[in-house]
Ligand binder design. Structure first.
Ligand code: MG
Length: 223
């Protein structure tokens, strides 16, 4: 059995700047703070930490965190419903279809998105049909904690036993995905469909590097 853990933004989907815009608009509408994410890196980060940084910077009350995220989710849904540049990354739908047809593969999410945000993004492009569970960016901590949770939930949800680390793949578009996978001794697969180009990703030495899933990928999971 092989377990594939997929990142969302820049890996499964490509929605340039849209999530960030939704977060910023929510800060504007909820607190009257504009340009809230200026200088805050979001790629590969956890939603709760990105938003937490802004809360601390502007000394916003933690008690409003839930209402902030509720507003963010409404705006995210609205922005995704309007015309925008973006969609599944090249080749990824076909890859997911072929992988999900296999009996020896389980696919889960490993994303910095809060869970409802993750499903909103996936539903928009009908990618939610490939996933049932995963790890999400809801608790502060290093990104590998999200991957750890994804593995635990996969085992529980699908009733599988211990997997060998070399049969678990962390698929992502940022150096943070590589670091998270390596920290847990897992296989790392980088795709250059996000903000980092192949050269930059190569410097972080993933086990495998793909321009996108339109190029041959089978050898990675089924050597
Ligand atoms: Mg990403």
């Amino acid at each position: 059995m092989k377990l594939l853990i997929w990142d969302i933004d820049g890996t499964l989907t490509y929605t340039p700047g849209l999530g960030r815009r939704a977060m910023e608009r929510a800060f504007e509408e909820e607190f009257g703070v504009s340009g809230a994410l200026e200088g805050v890196p979001t790629a590969g980060g956890l939603d709760v930490e990105i938003v937490g940084q802004v809360f601390r910077r502007y000394r916003l009350p933690e008690s409003r965190l839930q209402s902030y995220f509720d507003r963010y989710l409404r705006i995210l849904e609205e922005l995704l419903a309007s015309p925008h540049a973006g969609g599944p990354t090249p080749g990824v739908v076909e890859a997911l279809e072929r992988l999900s047809a296999r009996k020896d593969v389980i696919q889960v999410l490993g994303t910095g998105n809060i869970e409802p945000g993750a499903w909103i993004k996936l539903r928009r492009y009908r990618l939610d049909r490939f996933f049932e569970t995963g790890g999400f960016g809801e608790k502060p901590g290093p990104r590998w904690t999200v991957i750890r949770t994804a593995i635990d939930r996969a085992r529980e949800h699908y009733g599988i036993g211990d997997l060998r680390p070399e049969d678990i793949y962390v698929i992502g578009d940022t150096p943070r995905d590589i670091e998270a996978g390596r920290h847990l001794g897992l296989r790392t697969v980088s795709v250059a469909t996000g903000p980092f180009d192949a050269g930059e990703l190569a410097r972080h030495r993933p086990d495998h590097l793909l321009p996108n899933f339109a190029s041959p990928w089978e050898h990675i999971f089924f050597p």
